[in-house]
Design a protein around this ligand. Structure first.
Ligand SMILES: [Zn+2]
Ligand SMILES: [Zn+2]
Length: 384
């Protein structure tokens, strides 16, 4: 037995498969191999022939018995009883036709003419904002190239004073039915009426403003409220902000995808902001009150005596506004102590004196752990 005659194998069923299982397997394959699904190829055509032969034998108790006894009821070549292998086996497959028919015409679309009115498509626009806008939220006016409803015809698509008339070609049903020959036999297919495009009516006097579409191309400005806390990739939805639908249909939704620009002074980590403040060594050693420019204006910060590079002063609530909440993250000011480079001999002498006072003429270096707060934050900001 060559593989073309392995009818159980072709249908993918066991030798003891029940008639129901065989029918089920066949229906499954028939759907898979339908030209609308599998495309029109010689391979698919061959497969359909095989599947039809296998089903013809295994669905018929007499033929199946013969086949099980080692004979091929279809004879050498296995095409007996078939004309080109395109036709369905005899009898009782109305349900298969039915299911294929539905698959071919898009399933459960209700019969009857289509509406000219449909919803406008959604639109996606990009918008770059400053970090400060993400901190506080902002409002943006965006120019959109889109459609708005036609004022002349109010979306009816007809010249004022006229209305659509019933399509003569389809009698107003919007559909035409024809019989086509396919690999699986003759099939009735229903398709939208080409005269009225499936609408069931014809517009004899299309609106001169919108050419009978019910909407016109335009540029409109949409005000978008950018909430505090948005980040790069956040999408803001503006319901009804996109194009008007054809035939007076409702607007689609506008989506704004946000990109937050990098800021030269502040880095963002979630809802917190980080900045680096360079502090003279003397101020770090003696302690000082310093001013730092933030998004909330100038803020005083207290640098305590003996502050080290990498220490962080936290300004509570001066970070990024949390999305859809009232509170904000924090601003973390990272202190960088500036080591003085002596400008002249007197400065050098003073530093030497200081070193002597502190017993540091022969300096002892200490190994610093690479961890710690600054290390962790530095790594986090670097995306490690
Ligand atoms: Zn119009
Ligand atoms: Zn028609």
């Amino acid at each position: 037995m060559n593989e073309n005659n392995d009818y159980y194998g072709i249908l993918g069923v066991n030798h003891d498969a029940s008639p129901e299982e065989i029918k089920k397997a066949y229906r499954h394959l028939a759907r898979q191999l339908h030209p609308d699904v599998a495309g029109d190829s010689p391979e698919a055509e061959e497969k359909i022939k095989d599947v039809n032969r296998a089903y013809d034998v295994l669905s018929n108790p007499d033929k199946r018995r013969q086949y099980d006894l080692g004979a091929d009821p279809l004879g050498p070549g296995g095409t007996a009883g078939f004309e080109g292998g395109f036709a369905f086996p005899q009898g009782g497959f109305g349900d298969i036709f039915e299911s294929l028919f539905h698959a071919a015409t898009g399933g459960g679309r209700p019969a009857g003419p289509a509406s000219r009115q449909s919803r406008g498509r959604d639109q996606l626009e990009a918008c770059s904002i400053e970090l400060k806008e993400a901190v506080f939220g902002s409002s943006r006016d965006l120019k959109l190239s889109t459609f708005t409803g036609c004022e002349r015809c109010s979306g009816s698509c007809c010249e004022p004073g006229t209305s659509p008339v019933k399509c003569q070609a389809c009698g107003g049903s919007g559909q035409v039915t024809r019989v086509v020959r396919s690999l699986l036999g003759n099939m009735r297919t229903t398709s939208p009426c080409p005269t009225c495009q499936g609408f069931g009516t014809v517009i004899e006097h299309p609106c001169s403003e919108c050419a009978g579409t019910g909407r016109v191309r335009t540029t409109k400005t949409v005000s978008v409220k950018v909430p505090a806390g948005v980040g790069t990739g956040t999408r803001i939805r503006v319901p009804g902000g996109a194009e008007a639908g054809p035939g007076g249909g409702p607007n689609g939704d506008l989506y704004i995808e946000v990109r937050v620009k990098n800021d030269p002074d502040f880095q963002r980590d979630g809802d917190d902001l980080h900045c680096l403040l360079k502090v003279p060594m003397t101020a770090a050693a003696l302690g000082a009150r310093l001013q730092v420019e933030t998004f909330d204006g100038t803020q005083d910060i207290q640098v305590k005596p003996g502050t080290q590079s990498g220490e962080v002063v936290t300004l509570d609530g001066l970070g990024v506004g949390r999305l859809h909440r009232k509170d904000r993250g924090d601003l973390k000011v990272h202190i960088q102590v500036l080591t003085p480079k002596p400008a002249d001999d007197s400065e050098r002498d003073l530093l030497r004196q200081l070193a002597k006072l502190r017993g540091e003429e022969v300096p002892e270096a200490q190994m610093a752990s690479s961890g710690g707060v600054f290390g962790r934050i530095r790594d986090k900001l670097a995306g490690k």
